[in-house]
Write a protein that binds this ligand. Sequence first.
Ligand code: ADP
Ligand code: MG
Length: 351
Amino acid sequence: MTTIDNPAGGTSAVEEDYNGPLLEVRDLHVEFHTREGVARAVNGVNYTVSEGETLAVLGESGSGKSVTAQAIMGILDMPPGRIPKGEIRYRGRDMLIMSPEERRKLRGAKIAMIFQDALSSLNPVLSVGYQLGEMFRVHQGMSKKDAKAKAIELMDRVKIPAAAARVNDYPHQFSGGMRQRIMIAMALALEPDLIIADEPTTALDVTVQAQVMELLAELQREYNMGLILITHDLGVVADVADKIAVMYAGRIVEQASVHEVYKRPAHPYTKGLLESIPRLDRKGQDLYAIKGLPPNLTRIPSGCAFSPRCPQAQDVCFTDIPALHTVTERDGTELPDRGSACHFWKETLHG
Ligand code: ADP
Ligand code: MG
């Protein structure tokens, strides 16, 4: 980003000249003040997403994936939530210090979100055509007739059969997979730069999951959008993601390109997740499951949060929080954008 001296005083960003990442999350912290204490849900997350890039965020339930997304979207429950520290830059500008007005303009128009549960996100008493059209009526002042035509066009885009005939149908008249396509259509309506999909296929049947994921990936490529795909299912991301961030107890414990992670994980937690994927060639064998449960976020274990569950933990793991180490080959060659927050990443990676 270029900054210029502003004659009126201070400096201002020149957005046109910006050629950094679309989204940059820096040292983000989110905590919730609850009766049981302070739940530290996000503890210094860093990631970037560029145009046309898909970042998959993985991790078991409760690792802070959705809370990070809500912070980006500007829809965190505050209170009880609080962001004590961090930056969330959209095209170089920190959204956390924007006015609520500016922030609202980005939401939906530039950054859109797809949630897991279409049935509770859609209004049951309004037709899907009305709800899709609303995007254009409210945001672009379009006439009812034009908005309806746009709604049909969008339903076509997400491959809902006989879109024109179904535009006046209500959410409950669609199957789960079709409803999720409608959610995708809503997110796409204003042609955002960035889509955050939070477990977009979790509620669907396995075969439908794959179709919806394919559609999302296809549209993302076509519109060259950035995509943050949140999931706890490693099987889903192999084909669609460019890079992966694995979260545990509110931190990124491993980051890498997709093929690197699958080939050779550099964190015991990622290794455990990978070994939990059902595989045809291992039929009949017991699935490895990571023992124990993720920690209570009001009482995160000292040292590495994963240490109580880690099969490789040594003394240092229970006392020292590991930094996100730059991961290298045996000969010291750095692996770009590769990081592992494990004291023993070398042993994990190189065996
Ligand atoms: P996930 O990785 O499954 O998406 P979340 O980001 O939703 O996990 O949540 C992480 C943790 O943040 C939760 O386990 C909970 O402790 C805390 N949390 C999230 N939302 C709230 C809330 N509205 N009030 C209190 N605590 C919350
Ligand atoms: Mg979640």
